[in-house]
Design a protein around this ligand. Sequence first.
Ligand SMILES: [Zn+2]
Length: 400
Amino acid sequence: MIELEKWFATEEEIIEGKTTDVYFVRTKECLKEDNLEKIKVWTEVTTGGIPRDGKNLVFLGLQDVLHLLSEAKLPVNVYSIKEGTVLPYTDINGVKLPFLVIEGNYGDFAIYETPLLGLLCFQSGVGTSALRLRKAADDKTLLSFGIRRMPPTIAPIIDRACYIAGFDGVSCVLSAEKLGIDATGTIPHAFIMIKGGIKDAMISFDKHINPEVSRIALADTFNDERVEVLQALDAIGEKLSGVRLDTPSSRKGSFRDIIREIKWELKQRNREDIKIFLSGGLNEESILELRDVADGFGIGTYVANSPTIDFALDIVELEEETIAKRGKFAGRKQIGYCEKCHTFLCDDFSKEEIECQVCGKKMSKLLEKVMENGNIMTKLPSSEMIREYVSKQKEKLKEI
Ligand SMILES: [Zn+2]
């Protein structure tokens, strides 16, 4: 093992169940000794809320959960809502929605609760933030720049969630490769410093980099943004397609006014086509404030460091008897969804038809069987397909 991997869990270790909490290992031991390892349970993944006062969450991480359970060869059945579904955490009556169900012998899968929740909580958390940012940015460009805030092993997971939620691009080379898109980026301050200024940096970039790559100048290293934008324009003229302002907070003053001045100068030179991208400590609030004067945003910490959705896995049926711990709802549940009223309703899982409480029409059932006896039953959709699914739902939602 190389030193870099020392503190990264390997795929084998995860599949072996070594990234679990020790209490599950001890529970399994006790159940085995008491001959209860094969006790049949129906368990549900639910949550008690959505961070940042959210109204809806984006459910992500299902494919990884299915791969984990299948690689670990667990003889379980799994029912789940579709990956990428955007929905509240309770139904119309305040009953917590079961996003995913695992049915099987408790002793078989108990130790996997920890890693499977980790996969769902983190990805759904990033996806939910990313969708809120998408909504805030409206039709402006959104780029994922946050991978440097998290361990490199999870860079593609962060970017996948952002892309599925509707970000236009990602900066990470590996993420872009996996998503089948081109990585997006400008130039770093370090390069401008080495070249002694924006002018020589842009001349070098233009000389050496594939002409298909957009020429976007980072215009805030040594001087006033307006001055550096004009220097970049002077350096490569018509090839300049955009500028990025990463202005440090100590220099920001009125960011809107800085942008307005730049736009005015560009207009005077008949270069209103030059796009203005902003980055550096942006969040939903600052995007809403600046979206009318900017063409795009690079989002880093705010999305990479998204609060997780705190999913829990709980037993709601034990040997075919309904049961629930305090704060949970007992029994097998299906989620009914009425497209017309956009309402969700928990009802008895075995019920043939679920009726909308608002319009009385037949609801569609959201929990589908996706794993039988450890085998994945469906063809898993690509990230592009999940992205389209999220986008369609977003149109109907007033708030995320
Ligand atoms: Zn209805």
